[in-house]
Design a protein around this ligand. Structure first.
Ligand code: NIG
Ligand code: FE
Length: 401
C-alpha cells in the first residue's frame, strides 16, 4: 500500500469544470485507503510508504469501456479470409463470425473458459488499463451466458483490474433459433434477464442493433425488459449501416452508443443533445481493414461527449492497448490529443457510470494511476505500441499491480 508518490514531473488530468486538460507540476500525491486524499507540494506527514516516481509523468489509469474478452478459440482464419477478399458479412454467411466463436465458447467447460478469459483480461493491466467493461455474448444460451458472467465475476475477484459486467445475450441469433428469432428474444427477456438480475451478474445490458442481428424494435423490447430489472442500457449501433441506432440509444437513455461508423447527422444531433456517450472503436475499423472510421471530429464539434475503447474481441479487434486506440482515434477519427485523453479517462468513466470515482487524478477519487517514463502526454499515442516499455508503474486503488 503506497501512501505518497513523490518526484512526479507532471500530473495530467481532465478538469470537468473548465472542460480542459489540467497539468500539475512538481506535486506529490497522498493516498489513503486506496483513494487520493491530497495533491500538493512536498507532502511529508510521517508517511509509511513512499514511492519515488523518479520524474515520471502521471495519468489516470485507462478505462476501457467496451470489451468482449470471454470466448473460446480464436478467428485468425477470418483475418486471412478478409485479406483474401471476403467481407465480415460473407464470412458470417459461410459459418464464421460471431456464431463460430459461440460454438467454440460452448465447447469450453467453466475452467477452460475461465483460463482463456483470465489470460485475455490480465494483459490489459500491463498497458495501464485499470478498469474494463466486459461483455458476455459468446454463449447465447441461458447456461452459457450465465457461465460467462460468472467467469467475469470470478476474474474480477482474482485480478486487481476492476471489471464492469455487461450482459450481451443479444449479440447474435444462436444457430438453434435461427428460424425462430422471436423465441430467442423471449428467452432473453423472460429467462436470461431475470436470472442474471437475480444473481446480480451484470450492471449493463447491451444489444447488437444492426441489420441482420437485432432491429430497432427488438432492441427496444430487450432494453425495456432489462430496465425493469435494473440493468442499464448501452448499445452497439450504426456500425455497418445507419439504422437510426444512435437515435434509439438516446431515446432509451443508453449510457453509451458504440461504434457509430455509419451514424447519420441526425444521430449525431440526437447524441449531442443527450447524456449518452458516443463511444468510438477505431481499432475495429483498422482490424477489419476498412476505411470509414467514425467521424469523431464531427461528433465533438456538434457537441457529443466522446469516449474511445478497444472493442477487444476474437473477430473484429484484438487490440488491448488504449495507447494504440488513442493513436488511431487521433489519426483516423480526428480527435486532438486532449480529446483522446478525455475519451480514455473521464468520458470513459461516464460511459460506465463511474465518473465520481475513477477517470481523474483528484481528491476522493480512487488512486488508479499510471506512472510513465515520458516527459509529455503526446508521447503516449506517439509511442503507441512501444508504450509498454514506457510504463514504469500501474497503480490500482493505491497498490502497485
Ligand atoms: O463489437 N459488433 C458486434 N460485436 C463485436 C464483434 C464480434 C465478433 O465478430 O465476434 C464488435 O465488433
Ligand atoms: Fe463490441
Amino acid at each position: 500500500m503506497i501512501t505518497r508518490i513523490y518526484n512526479i514531473s507532471k500530473i495530467y488530468t481532465w478538469n470537468p469544470l473548465y472542460n480542459s486538460l489540467d497539468i500539475y507540476e512538481n506535486k506529490d500525491i497522498l493516498i489513503k485507503d486506496g483513494r487520493i486524499v491530497e495533491i500538493s507540494k512536498n507532502i511529508d506527514l510521517g508517511i509509511e510508504k513512499n514511492l519515488d516516481a523518479k520524474n515520471a509523468i502521471v495519468t489516470p489509469g485507462f478505462i476501457d469501456s467496451h470489451t468482449h474478452p470471454i470466448f473460446g478459440g480464436n478467428r485468425s482464419n477470418e483475418y486471412i479470409e478478409r485479406l483474401e477478399g471476403s467481407t465480415y458479412d460473407e464470412i458470417k454467411k459461410n459459418g464464421g463470425g460471431i456464431i463460430s466463436s459461440i460454438l467454440k465458447t460452448r465447447e469450453c467447460n467453466f475452467d477452460q473458459l475461465y483460463e482463456n478469459s483470465y489470460l485475455n483480461i490480465k494483459d490489459f493491466i500491463k498497458y495501464g488499463t485499470t478498469t474494463i467493461e466486459a461483455k458476455s455474448g459468446y454463449g447465447l444460451s441461458v447456461d452459457d451466458e450465465i457461465k460467462s458472467l460468472k467467469i467475469i465475476k470470478k476474474i474480477n475477484s482474482k485480478l486487481d483490474i476492476d471489471i464492469i459486467p455487461t450482459f450481451l445475450g443479444a449479440h447474435d441469433i444462436p444457430p438453434e433459433y435461427i428460424k425462430n428469432k422471436q423465441i430467442y428474444i423471449d428467452l432473453i427477456c423472460n429467462k436470461m434477464i431475470p436470472q442474471i438480475a437475480k444473481e446480480k451478474l451484470a450492471v449493463f445490458c447491451d444489444v447488437f442493433c444492426e441489420p441482420g442481428y437485432f432491429n430497432l424494435k427488438e432492441t427496444e423490447v430487450i432494453v425495456n425488459k432489462a430496465k425493469e430489472y435494473n440493468l442499464k442500457p448501452r448499445l452497439h449501433v450504426d456500425e455497418f449501416v445507419d439504422s437510426s441506432g444512435a437515435e434509439l440509444a438516446v431515446k432509451l437513455g443508453a449510457y453509451s452508443a458504440d461504434h457509430l461508423m455509419s451514424v447519420s447527422d441526425s444521430g449525431i444531433k440526437a447524441l449531442a443533445k443527450s447524456k449518452t456517450i458516443a463511444t468510438l472503436l477505431p481499432g475495429t475499423t483498422f482490424f477489419l481493414n476498412k476505411n470509414q472510421y467514425a467521424n469523431g471530429r464531427k461528433m465533438i464539434d456538434q457537441g457529443c461527449n466522446v469516449s474511445i475503447a478497444t472493442d477487444f474481441n476474437p473477430g473484429t479487434c484484438t487490440i488491448k492497448s488504449m495507447s494504440n486506440i488513442m493513436h488511431l482515434a487521433m489519426q483516423k477519427c480526428g480527435l486532438t490529443l486532449e480529446e483522446a485523453f478525455l475519451g480514455s479517462t473521464y468520458n470513459a468513466a461516464k460511459s460506465v457510470g463511474k465518473e465520481n470515482s475513477i477517470g481523474l487524478v483528484k481528491e476522493n477519487y480512487f488512486a488508479d494511476l499510471i506512472l510513465w517514463n515520458l516527459t509529455d502526454l503526446s508521447e503516449i499515442p506517439y509511442w503507441f505500441d512501444s508504450c509498454l516499455s514506457k510504463i514504469k508503474y500501474v497503480i490500482k486503488k493505491g497498490n502497485l499491480i
